[in-house]
Ligand binder design. Sequence first.
Ligand code: KG4
Ligand code: ZN
Length: 336
Amino acid sequence: MSIKILGIESSCDDSSMAILENGHILTNLTYTQKIHEKYGGVVPEWASRKHMEAIIPLLNETLEAASVRLEDLNAIAVTQGPGLMGSLMVGIGFAKGLSLGLNIPLIAVNHLEAHITSLMIDDPKPEFPFLCLTISGGHTQLVLVYDIGQMELLGTTIDDAAGEAFDKIGKHLGLPFPGGPYLDKLARTGKPIYKFPITKLDNYNYSFSGIKTSVLYFLRKKLAENPNFIQENLEDLCASVQHTIIEILCIQLIEVSKKYKIKNIGIAGGVSANSGLRNKLQELQMEYGWNVYFPQFQYCTDNAAMIAMVAYFKFIKNEFSKDNFEAMARYPLVNL
Ligand code: KG4
Ligand code: ZN
């Protein structure tokens, strides 16, 4: 039997739908909401409204692009959390309606498990066990993945996420929102000449508030001496910030890899698009004999393909959700 699953993702500011057939992506379409750029951050109320606006046109486009009819679907998968409550509720309400109307099962998916499972979409796939560093605007997690759906959370951020650090510092540097990709681009032609603290916690947790505050104080001091300091040194500033964030991320990864003797490393989430991080990981690959895996860019940032992928593995194990499940704004990846 051919299994066709519609995936729906609406946890933050990306409305995304995907159709998966027997574990292969037929289509993955994502609308990124532009409205938040002018506010310099995601405005939850706008996010839910924009999901409402997008959801039906997106469904129609996704079906058309995959040449699939609604009646061909075997299950509806949707992000249950974590994420913004209002945004999650739009996707979940829609998924429940579709499941009821089509009389097919629902599969609720943990967004963080989905980021990790995005590594299972394309070849080459990491061999188990592997370490996965999930780095996005909302999350920074180091997870030991034993098998599909079997994972142990080793560390997480105690304050800001890695992407949040890029975005907040980007804002101080006058970059558009989200700052991560702009900072990455500017860093390519800069040198990491400014030193910011590299925070290393004793357990496997992360902290990015130190670098954020340190950059802010440093800029205040320099701007008092020279109001054009940022414009005149933007590329070096970006390179220095990026270098520090990458160091913070990698130091912990190296330690965990040594402790658990695991050389298969997966990197997931929006920040995995960062070119400096990719270069650094290539160096570490050579130095420590690692095998490093990244999802394709469209599966790094929030997307429905990864939601449908988790659902596929659940479908073949007959793991369906009850129709009264609720959105979970907080949904930690506790050891699955
Ligand atoms: O996974 P994602 O789309 O959404 C969340 O679940 O948060 O990640 C978005 C984050 C943003 O913080 C954005 O600035 C960051 O990923 N990002 C990058 C790059 N591309 C996206 N950060 C650094 N360098 C990049 N090239
Ligand atoms: Zn995400």
